[in-house]
Design a binder for this molecule. Structure first.
Ligand code: GLN
Length: 188
């Protein structure tokens, strides 16, 4: 695997610029993805938050639905991106997601997320965030808000119900890049 990781960010709607900025800060080579062929050669892909209905619609319009389900590399979905990865959309992550389940726009909030294996909590920004209503047996919980799962991993897939791209704390993106490195070794 190359020393510099090449990470794609699905750039059809939502917070793709913010994710790209964090990934660049961490040394990744970032590519915006809008066409199926732009998935080629990527070491990993981020599906950002935004509006899941709009993202799914644009994914369909750009012919990305099937290529995304075939993408073999690590995936990281945040907020609407988690919804896209879940059972009701791409079906790559074995979770049932309840949309907007933490309240309406006015109920968006910041709160401490307890990270697995880290004593220092992380500030999570929750914007009309989805709730993990049910998770399959393969899904590990890596972060919790008041005991509830908000950061989960299933093999090569990482998903957060909050927005780690909106705070200066880069730990969640670092975990994703770590996962990309580990999976790269597995696949190589
Ligand atoms: N509420 C949005 C949705 O259902 C997700 C919000 C977000 O990504 N910040 O798609």
């Amino acid at each position: 695997m190359r020393a510099t990781l090449r990470i794609g960010v699905l750039a059809v709607q939502g917070n793709f610029r913010e994710h790209a900025a964090v990934l660049r800060l961490l040394g990744a080579d970032v590519a915006e993805v809008r066409k199926p062929e732009e998935l080629e050669g990527l070491d990993g892909l981020v599906i950002p938050g935004g509006e899941s209905t709009a993202i799914q619609r644009l994914v369909d319009v750009y012919g990305l639905d099937e290529p995304l389900t075939r993408f073999q590399g690590p995936l990281f979905g945040t907020c609407a991106g988690m919804i896209l990865l879940g059972r009701d959309h791409l079906g790559l992550l074995d979770v049932a997601v309840a949309r907007n389940a933490f309240g309406r726009q006015v109920a968006s909030f910041e709160a401490d997320v307890e990270l697995e294996g880290d004593d220092v909590p992380l500030t999570g920004v929750f914007i009309r965030a989805p709730r993990v209503a049910e998770a399959g047996p393969e899904v590990d919980v890596l972060g919790r808000l008041r005991g509830e799962p908000v950061l989960v991993r299933q093999g090569r897939i990482l998903a957060a119900s909050f927005h780690p791209e909106l705070t200066a704390d880069t730990r969640v993106h670092e975990r994703f890049l770590q996962l990309v490195r580990e999976e790269g070794h597995v696949r190589a």
